[in-house]
Design a protein. Structure first.
Length: 163
């Protein structure tokens, strides 16, 4: 299996503005919890509220980490396109499609709604990484996947698919 092209799409580093907003939310949440907990007299109720607040904060933290650390690794071989999603150190193949099954590769602006399953493997708008829609056939249905890649990767994919 000869690799024709490989590209990794990673999230940008968190901006100072976003970090500031997260800090304000955490401090505000902590102050609101403290004010609410101080008004309660029952010790058991304080404990329940504290545990629920902790679960909410940890859930929010884990969700934000999931979006910050998501990366996509795309590989074009001689006969297929493979996309792996990496979150921290977990890696999962989310798409594996034969190049013979790919029907169209369009810029996202030109894409029309397709029947079948729609998947999205893009991140935020990044310099030098345009978004494209790949239409392919799977089990007799036309499916659609959104990817984000460089112009060089896009050209290699078009050559491999022979569109």
């Amino acid at each position: 299996m000869a690799v024709k092209a490989r590209e990794t799409l990673e999230s940008k580093q968190i901006s100072i503005t976003t970090l500031g907003i997260l800090m304000v939310v955490v401090v505000g949440y902590t102050l609101l919890y403290n004010q609410f907990a101080n008004t309660l007299e029952d010790y058991r109720l304080k404990t329940i509220v504290g545990v629920i607040s902790l679960v909410i904060m940890m859930g929010g933290f884990l969700i934000s980490l999931r979006f910050i650390t998501t990366a996509y690794e795309m590989v074009i071989t001689h006969d297929r396109l493979i996309i792996d999603r990496k979150i921290f150190f977990w890696k999962k193949t989310v798409l594996e499609v034969k190049t013979d099954d790919i029907k169209k590769i369009l810029p996202i602006e030109e894409a029309k709604k397709t029947e079948g399953q729609m998947r999205n493997y893009t991140l935020t708008n990044m310099d030098g990484k345009r978004k494209y829609v790949i239409q392919y056939e799977e089990q007799g249905k036309i499916c659609c996947v959104k990817i984000q890649c460089s112009g060089k990767f896009h050209e290699t994919l078009k050559k491999q698919v022979k569109i």
